[in-house]
Design a protein around this ligand. Structure first.
Ligand SMILES: [Zn+2]
Length: 80
């Protein structure tokens, strides 16, 4: 069961709680004041092994990066 981080909206108490994945969006009560706590949105850094960052940069960033696609990149989504 994954652990999620929550922060109370009332007292700003932060705590972790084990939650079933199918209930992760349910309301959680603060452990301290029983106020409503919201799940913190953690930034999960992808696990990149050696060389992955460089190859990602080569594959995307250096080809324009801002693929929307407005045609400035070479992703093939031609506007023609
Ligand atoms: Zn609280």
């Amino acid at each position: 069961m994954p652990i999620y981080e929550y922060r109370c909206q009332a007292c700003l108490h932060e705590f972790e709680m084990l939650r079933p994945m199918d209930r992760v969006n349910d309301d959680v009560l603060c452990l301290r004041c029983k106020g409503r706590a919201l799940r913190r949105l953690s930034v999960i850094a992808p696990v990149l092994h050696g060389g992955a960052i460089g190859s990602l940069a080569e594959a995307g960033m250096e080809r324009g990066g801002a693929c929307g696609c407005g045609g400035a990149c070479s992703c093939g989504a031609s506007l023609n």
